[in-house]
Design a protein around this ligand. Structure first.
Ligand SMILES: [Zn+2]
Length: 566
């Protein structure tokens, strides 16, 4: 990589002042753009209005806009802006403007979005904060409030940099900013941004060279900052267990699905075999954990539940959906076998001791993947089933759109509907996946990007050592889940990924989909350069002032110079 020589011409250097950042930051934070609600629209309108008032965009009216998210229940939009310099090289800024809810703020809720008032209010309530957070509050080095770190801070930095570039007479390269919704939920914004990236690339003949996200970074030790060359994945496999209903007094005649599900939970909860380990990066998936596991009963009575459903959170560094489903299928088969033997034995003993005839047919649970279930049912029941399934899927989608169901409960009711049609003589386990799916992405797995990202990191470290006496490590995966998951999928991997997701995720299609092909066509190396933040999603969420106002913007400018230079 070569860097452009430093010039002394003032008009070729973008200038970012702390005031410019704060003038965007405070009003941006003041918007309660709660994730997964129509309140997010106020944030996209804010970004759009901000650029509309900039003299550059008053002339270049086709260089910014709002991009509609297709089929979105809240009519949300991606706000975007493009500042053009010389040549095709283009760096892409992304940030999300949604924030999580403020339940945790308790009596300080009214000030959650007004950092200055909130800080005063928290100073009088030390018990509301951890000791470390209270010390940070007293130090005056941090700004507290919902969205300050995650991530209106990073968003304000990006917007201030865009403004600074609009004032330059000319510069090398182009800058595109995407402000997206729904990152804390299903990343509807970032998934919708893929076709926008494609359209802008073709319309303006752009060549995407680097995606910069500015999610807050976390530190293992206070002395070392963190950059991320990728993002950890997220996949949510489900287990649907269907039993044989019986009165509790006749348990020997039934089969409890809770027994099946809990044996699968026992074998997989915190099981490191479902995660992966990257010794070269010193990184490991957090052990998997069940986000929900419950039965279908809504009221008390003396019968067994008919079904049980659970959802497991797996965060892969390398593992793909089909490998994870394959592992779960094997585990579920072994678990079901063991549970069936236990139930058969207990029921035989009960019949023997009470001189009842033994059940002639033994329980032999069936374990299938979701795609096998659909294939078997279609094979056996033909077009009747296909039409019925299509209708059931539409009903599930409608429930999701109206908010009557969530991804898990909609999937559960869809499976109930399938079994109402096909019936069920043996206990059955179905394994599949619920939305959302975040692919894991890292410069380590992209030989074509690895050197570029590592070289930028080296240069940034030279810069920060001189100016701030700070070192920044490069981690292979941002572990907080981020939109960078959708930055850098490769052509040779997308067809297998898409097939696995489409096969295993009942809700894949109208309600939820990933534009794999567009992502691969517009893939680019990615890097997270964000301010130091702490306690995201908590009452004590905060961002470091020095990073927000000085270091992070300077580092991003440096990275742009390296990426866009000739
Ligand atoms: Zn975030």
């Amino acid at each position: 990589m070569t860097t452009s020589p430093q010039t002394t011409n003032a008009s070729s250097h973008p200038v970012i002042t702390p005031e410019a950042i704060l003038n965007i930051f405070y009003p941006y934070v003041a918007i309660n753009s709660e994730s997964g609600t129509s309140a997010e629209n106020a944030a996209s309108a804010f970004v759009h209005r901000h650029f509309k008032e900039n003299p550059y965009f008053r002339i270049k009216t086709d260089h910014f806009g709002l991009h509609k998210i297709k089929n979105d229940p809240f009519d949300r939009q991606v706000a975007w802006a493009l500042v053009k310099g010389r040549g095709r090289k283009t760096a892409v800024f992304i940030h999300h403007f949604d924030v999580v809810e403020i339940e945790d703020f308790k009596r300080h809720k009214a000030y959650a979005f007004q950092p200055e008032t909130l800080e005063k209010s928290l100073l009088d309530d030390p018990d509301a904060l951890s000791r470390e957070a209270y010390e940070d509050l007293k130090s005056n080095a941090w700004i507290f409030g919902r969205g300050t770190a995650d991530m209106k801070g990073g968003g304000a930095i990006q917007m201030a940099i865009m403004d600074a570039y609009t004032k330059l007479e000319s510069f090398e390269g182009n800058l595109l900013l995407l402000a997206v919704s729904d990152e804390e939920n299903l990343s509807a914004g970032m998934r919708a941004a893929a076709p926008l990236l494609e359209r802008l690339r073709l319309e303006h003949d752009l060549k995407y060279v680097l995606m910069i996200n500015s999610e807050p970074h976390q530190r293992k030790t206070p002395e070392r900052g963190m950059l991320s060359g990728g993002s950890i994945g997220k996949i949510l496999p489900f287990v649907y267990a269907r039993g044989i209903l019986a009165h509790a007094g006749k348990s020997a005649e039934g089969f409890n699905p809770v027994h099946l599900l809990s044996e699968i939970v026992r074998r997989t909860e915190m099981n490191p075999e479902l995660g992966d380990y990257r010794p070269e990066a010193g990184e490991m998936s957090p052990p998997p954990t069940w986000l929900m596991a419950r039965d279908s009963k809504l009221a008390y009575d003396v019968s067994m539940p008919l079904t049980a459903f659970g959802c497991l959170s797996v965060q892969p560094l390398t593992n793909t959906p089909d490998r994870i489903s394959g592992y779960l299928l094997n585990t579920a088969r072994e678990a079901a076998q063991e549970v069936a033997e236990r139930v058969n034995r207990a029921s035989d003993l009960f019949c023997q001791q009470t001189h009842r005839p033994r059940r002639e047919v033994k329980w032999q649970p069936v374990v299938l993947s979701f795609s096998e279930l659909v294939a078997h049912s279609t094979h056996r029941y033909g077009e009747g089933f296909t039409a019925y399934y299509k209708d059931a899927l539409k009903k599930a989608n409608d429930k999701l759109t109206t908010g009557e169901a969530n991804n898990a409960t909609a999937t559960w009711s869809l499976l109930d509907a399938i079994f109402e049609y096909i019936g069920c003589e043996q206990p059955t386990v179905i394994i599949g996946v619920v939305p959302p799916y975040y692919p894991s992405v890292s410069h380590l797995d992209r030989p074509e990007y690895q050197r570029f990202i590592e070289e930028i990191t080296i240069e940034l470290n030279k810069f920060t050592a001189v100016h701030y006496d700070q070192h920044y490590d490069l981690e292979a995966f941002f572990t907080g889940i981020s939109d960078l998951s959708y930055a850098a999928l490769m052509h040779d991997e997308i067809s297998a990924l898409e097939e696995a997701v489409a096969d295993q995720m009942p809700l894949y299609g109208d309600f939820y989909s990933i534009p794999f092909t567009e992502i691969a066509r517009n893939a680019m190396p990615c890097l997270n350069i964000g301010p130091w933040g702490k306690d995201f999603h908590k009452i004590s969420e905060r961002v470091l002032k020095a990073d927000l106002l000085e270091r992070t913007p300077a580092m991003i400018l440096k990275a742009l110079e390296l990426a866009l230079g000739e």
